[in-house]
Design a protein around this ligand. Structure first.
Ligand SMILES: [Zn+2]
Length: 104
């Protein structure tokens, strides 16, 4: 997949958009014993994630960071997977030290 594939998606032709819940075979829910397990994209307070959940009791079996093949989120920054620069890390560490000093 080219780096720009998320920027050139065509206009949807369907009247309604929906998320496809892909069945996960040979897996059993540890909470209720159901074999109705599906993997699909979600957006929660951690950001975009791929959820693997029991469809009967909604027990979460896995909550993974999306891979490039998952195509989720549909638009993402080119720098999405880059590590923070040393300057950003230093500023973040300084902020955490400042906040820790306030808590004392
Ligand atoms: Zn279950």
């Amino acid at each position: 997949m080219a780096w720009n594939h998320r920027y050139t998606q065509p206009r949807p032709t369907q009247e309604r958009l929906y998320v496809e819940r892909v069945p996960v075979p040979d897996t059993t829910c540890p909470s209720c014993g159901s074999s109705d397990i599906a993997r699909y994209p979600v957006a929660n307070h951690f950001g975009p994630r791929m959820a693997t959940k029991c469809q009967k009791c909604l027990h979460i079996l896995a909550m993974d960071r999306p891979t490039d093949e998952d195509n989720w989120p549909p638009f993402r920054s080119v720098t999405y997977d880059w590590k923070a620069s040393p300057g950003e890390r230093a500023a973040r560490d300084a902020l955490l030290r400042e906040l820790a000093a306030i808590d004392r």
